[in-house]
Design a protein. Structure first.
Length: 294
């Protein structure tokens, strides 16, 4: 990373929500002191490890990097494999990772930040290591919104309930998926509504099954769309949850391409239809609802 000194934000940052952004913004603010702004973050599946598999993570590694690099604009992201540093003591983490590898002069974290083997060290110990190893520590308080603390678990709950509007407020940007378009069963084409299929990653939280008003970025052009999240109960044999998006007014082949779909609002729960004609009629109604929303 060269000899340039760094302000580094530490955290899992699953969701990159308002509370996380406060920590990251504290690191960005140090640019005025000639420091570059870095994020040291953990792999998304650390969420599964912390919760014993009970919580899915909000964003994949690549989605998190889109937010950190493109939206927030950090200079560097350090995201090593958990196995490569989980055995370090707090002192080793401060000396080896923060000082030697990252060149930290200023370290920012939340007041609940834990590090080192078995997460045995916290913000107070980090301040003591800072005095020993020559970096300042800035502990950023929790952020409140709507009367309670912004947390990833609160956002997960909102997503599982389909309350996308509230989740987006806490995330400070629209919840989105960024994934490769996979080959589907082409049912959409046969009923005049071609769709793109995108899989959720293994271990990733799947938001409430149902239909959402969305915006899809196709080659830099943002187009209105309708997305069904679920298992396609009308179609036999499909059981893996996925996001299936009809991009309104668009025709073109996107297979194999990486596409970003931003979620705006929940339209209705997933339903099973008696026939493809019923499904077709409902999709028409969904498209109208999405157009009215946008």
């Amino acid at each position: 990373m060269g000899s340039k000194k760094t302000a580094v934000a530490l955290g899992l940052f699953d969701g990159v929500h308002l509370g996380h952004r406060a920590v990251i913004n504290a690191a960005l603010a140090q640019r005025k002191n000639g420091l570059s702004a870095s994020v040291f973050t953990f792999e998304p599946d650390c969420v599964l490890r912390k919760s014993g598999g009970a919580s899915g993570y909000i964003y994949t590694k690549s989605e998190k990097e889109i937010l950190l690099r493109e939206q927030i604009g950090v200079d560097d992201i350090v995201s090593p494999l958990f196995e490569s540093f989980c055995g370090l003591t707090g002192e080793e983490f401060a000396q080896e990772i923060l000082c030697r590898q990252i060149g930290a002069a200023h370290v920012c974290c939340g007041n609940d930040f834990r590090f080192g083997k078995n997460a045995a060290w916290g913000a107070q110990e980090l301040m003591e290591f800072g005095k020993r190893f020559g970096f300042e520590v800035e502990v950023v308080g929790a952020v409140e919104y709507g009367g309670s603390i912004v947390s990833s678990s609160r956002i997960r709950e909102l997503l599982l309930n389909g309350d996308i509007a509230s989740a987006n407020e806490l995330l400070d940007s629209a919840y989105f998926i960024s994934a490769e378009v996979t080959d589907g069963n082409h049912i959409g084409r046969t009923i005049d509504f071609p769709t793109i299929n995108q899989d959720f990653a293994e271990g990733q939280l799947v938001l409430r099954y149902g239909v959402y008003s969305t915006l899809t970025n196709v080659g830099g052009k943002v187009l209105p769309s309708v997305t069904n999240v679920g298992v396609k109960p009308t179609i036999e044999g499909v059981r893996r949850p996925l996001a299936e998006t009809h991009i309104i007014g668009y025709s073109g082949d996107l297979y194999g391409k990486n596409v970003d779909v931003c979620f705006k609002s929940f339209i209705r729960p997933e339903m099973k239809f008696g026939s493809l004609d019923e499904l077709k009629a409902q999709i028409k109604a969904d498209i109208q609802a999405a157009v009215n929303i946008s």
